[in-house]
Design a protein around this ligand. Structure first.
Ligand SMILES: [Zn+2]
Ligand SMILES: [Zn+2]
Length: 272
């Protein structure tokens, strides 16, 4: 296989965000920290786990279009990336999990699956003809196609109200510390949850249920369960596998905003 070229744009943004998260330290304020914590542990689970992942990618429940668009827009605003490319790449991850076609194949090492895969150019991400094949159901939606092209400037614009209301403390803590924490927690699902933990299901990949990623990533760390039955909205299956994102979905079901919630794995899916 030919050596892959480096993606300097991705490297620049990822390194810059981490540097700014360190620059943030002397700008600490309690309100800035509060913005960060709410962003990481409530807004990110809403936008990424519930919106991008369980609803858009896996269709583990249905919801009114306006509510789906709201969740996915939240995911875009917090910097999770282009939603349709994200969904396409994630479907590829499930189809070829830990095989050469997997975009963050964990058999190439912890750091490759965590972040280094983003340091290389990927024709899949830039060539619509390639990624759109995996999301034909989403390509017909004009808003999602628009958001997929325009998410970045919208995410950058969120820094303006942060600056207006709280100056550099809000920009750095609510913007960049929050972004770096959110990214790394998302990435831990691809790295740590393909390396450490226990397995309920004998899947062909390296997926594990990693308890501390389960807590940090609001339920996404019960990753072996998820790979065993990817369309199930509940990633936690045993009583101790607390899944905050699923509790959010249950709340939305109670409010009439989520229907057809796939709560249990099929009867023939045996837990070891
Ligand atoms: Zn995975
Ligand atoms: Zn998934």
């Amino acid at each position: 296989m030919a050596p892959r070229s480096l993606n300097y744009t991705n490297i620049f943004w990822i390194v810059l965000a981490h540097v700014l998260a360190v620059v943030a330290i002397p700008f600490f304020s309690w309100n800035g920290l509060l913005l960060c914590v709410v962003g990481v542990f409530l807004v990110a689970p809403l936008g990424v786990n519930v919106g991008y992942h369980r609803l858009l990618t896996h269709k583990s429940f249905t919801s009114p279009i306006w509510f789906r668009d709201t969740l996915v827009t939240i995911g875009s605003l917090i910097g999770a990336g282009a939603p349709l490319v994200w969904a396409a790449e994630h479907r590829v991850h499930h189809r070829y999990s830990d095989e050469p076609m997997d975009p963050h194949n964990s058999r190439l090492g912890f750091w490759y699956s965590h972040v280094f895969h983003l340091f290389f150019n990927s024709s899949f991400q830039t060539d619509e003809a390639q990624w759109s094949k995996y999301v034909p159901d989403l390509m017909t939606d004009r808003y999602l196609v628009w958001l997929n092209k325009n998410w970045l400037w919208m995410a950058v614009l969120t820094l303006v109200p942060f600056y207006y209301f709280g100056g550099w403390s809000y920009v750095l803590w609510g913007g960049f510390v929050r972004l770096v924490c959110t990214w790394n927690i998302m990435w831990l699902v691809n790295s740590a949850s393909h390396k450490w933990g226990y397995r309920n299901f004998a899947t062909s990949d390296n997926t594990k249920n990693c308890w501390w990623v389960g807590i940090l990533a609001a339920g996404e760390g019960w990753h072996n369960n998820h790979h065993a039955y990817q369309n199930c909205a509940a990633h936690g299956q045993r009583w101790w596998e607390f899944d905050f994102s699923f509790q959010l979905i249950r709340l939305f079901e109670f409010l009439g905003l989520a229907t057809n919630v796939r709560k249990t794995m099929p009867a023939n899916t045996e837990i070891k």
